[in-house]
Design a protein around this ligand. Structure first.
Ligand code: NDP
Length: 400
């Protein structure tokens, strides 16, 4: 399922200035990088709404600096604090999960979906349903509810532009008008902090060691997903929903320098890649400016300084999460929803030191085995399966 068609490539309102933007999850890693770009381009963008979960001080600061119309904190207990931080300004304060969904429904041209995890599903759906241009970082949304989400994008007249660096790379070099000429897409992976570690070494790794990614500075959940390589597994499923390719046309290649962000191979033997320094402001800028381009402050890529780029096949034995994601992708139906829900709970348990690093994949596999795969009729089924996967994961962890 393609997210952009040839006719959408020139959007009539793309040159309208300034374009209004809402950032869901503005206080996170992707959110702060987006805010940085918005601050640097006050004549190009204006801000409709910003949302956070608990970091009320940063949210209020961002909203005031950007002159946002609304700031929403998901945690309702922080409403009065947000209100007092915004007193004397023109920024409207709101709180609660429903208010985050409402923020996505406000009339902005662009919604940056940068909430982490399934918490981003309802607000992202809301943005898709009203036909916004959705700059999608929240990959869990597509993993958990891929077919339903892409259908909502289509029926709502929305446009989905990927922010994940790998998918942004593929988006930039994928010939949507000649998809039949694509033989495969290759998602590159840094291999994470444990690329060269043995299973025995990985078993003893702490949350602090696992979040220390060698190339990218990211939120805790995606950093752990990178260490287990579940992140690349989630990205395979994300790619399946973003690009018109079959499951066996999606390949993963370990590339420790994170310079080649991903590649598309064509039937004539050509391989097109997008390269850059590992700085998320490049793919975020691409999505914000699409279909044009805007300047980003990312460091310039110097291949002469880097000298050598290296590649290796992923090791499915040491990184079983990648195998689980591949199996879930092949199984389809509710398997990716279960994979995603179970993984979110297992990662949180690892961060809380309730389970070890290698237990994350074991726990997810147990829940996948228990639940099997059923057909996903509608979004309510997705929420129900997600809730069941989470409950079963909690039970599996408690029985360990
Ligand atoms: P962070 O943990 O840094 O930020 C998450 C954001 O979501 C914060 O604004 C947080 O609010 C908010 N949030 C958390 N829980 C809730 C909730 N229950 N309801 C509403 N808002 C919530 O994550 P990242 O920025 O690293 O990642 C965001 C998404 O982007 C993820 O899906 C990730 O996979 C994807 N992504 C991230 C990349 C990166 O470089 N970081 C690269 C590619 C994709 P608060 O901070 O106020 O608590």
């Amino acid at each position: 399922m393609a997210v952009v068609s040839a006719s959408q490539k020139i959007r009539p309102d793309a040159s309208a200035q300034p374009r209004s933007v809402s950032v869901l999850g503005s206080t996170g890693s992707i959110g702060c990088n987006t805010v940085d770009l918005l601050m640097r381009n006050p004549d190009t963008f204006c801000v409709e709404a910003l949302t956070g979960n608990r970091n009320v001080t940063l949210l209020a600061e961002q909203a005031v600096k950007l002159g946002a119309r609304q700031a929403v904190i998901a945690d309702e207990s922080l409403y009065s604090e947000l209100k007092s931080l915004l007193s004397g300004t023109s920024v409207e304060a709101a709180a609660g999960d429903a208010a985050v969904v409402d923020a996505a429904g406000r009339p902005s041209d662009i919604v940056v979906a940068a909430i982490v995890g399934t918490a981003g599903l309802k607000p992202t759906l809301q943005a898709a349903r009203r036909g916004a241009l959705v700059a999608l970082a929240n990959k869990e949304t597509l993993v958990s509810a891929g077919a339903i989400m892409t259908e909502e994008v289509k029926s709502g007249g929305a446009t989905l532009i990927p922010v994940d660096s790998e998918h942004s790379a593929i988006f930039q070099v994928f010939d949507f008008d000649r998809a039949d000429a694509v033989s495969k897409i290759t998602l590159t992976a840094s291999g994470g902090p444990f690329r060269e570690k043995s299973l025995a070494e990985m078993a003893a790794m702490t949350p602090e060691q696992a979040v220390a990614h060698p190339n990218w500075d990211m939120g805790a959940k995606i950093s752990i997903d990178s260490a287990t390589m579940m992140n690349k597994g989630l990205e395979m499923i994300e790619a399946f929903h973003l690009f018109p390719v079959a499951t066996d046309q999606i390949e993963v290649l370990v590339h420790p320098q994170s310079v080649i962000h991903s590649m598309v191979s064509y039937v004539d033997g050509s391989v097109l890649a997008q390269l850059g320094t590992p700085d998320m402001r490049t793919p975020i800028a691409y999505a914000l400016a699409w279909p044009a381009r805007m300047a980003a402050p990312s460091p310039t890529l110097s291949l002469a300084e880097i000298g050598t780029l290296s590649f290796e096949a992923p090791d499915m034995k040491r990184f079983p999460a990648l195998r689980l994601a591949r199996e879930s992708l092949e199984a389809g139906r509710s398997a990716p929803t279960v994979l995603n829900g179970a993984n979110e709970v297992a990662v949180a348990a690892f961060l809380n030191r309730e389970i070890g690093f290698l237990d994350i994949a074991h726990v997810v596999e147990t829940v996948l085995d228990e639940m099997g795969a059923v057909t996903l009729g509608d979004i309510e089924t997705v929420f129900a399966i997600d809730a069941e996967a989470r409950a079963r994961t909690v039970a599996v962890i408690a029985n360990k």
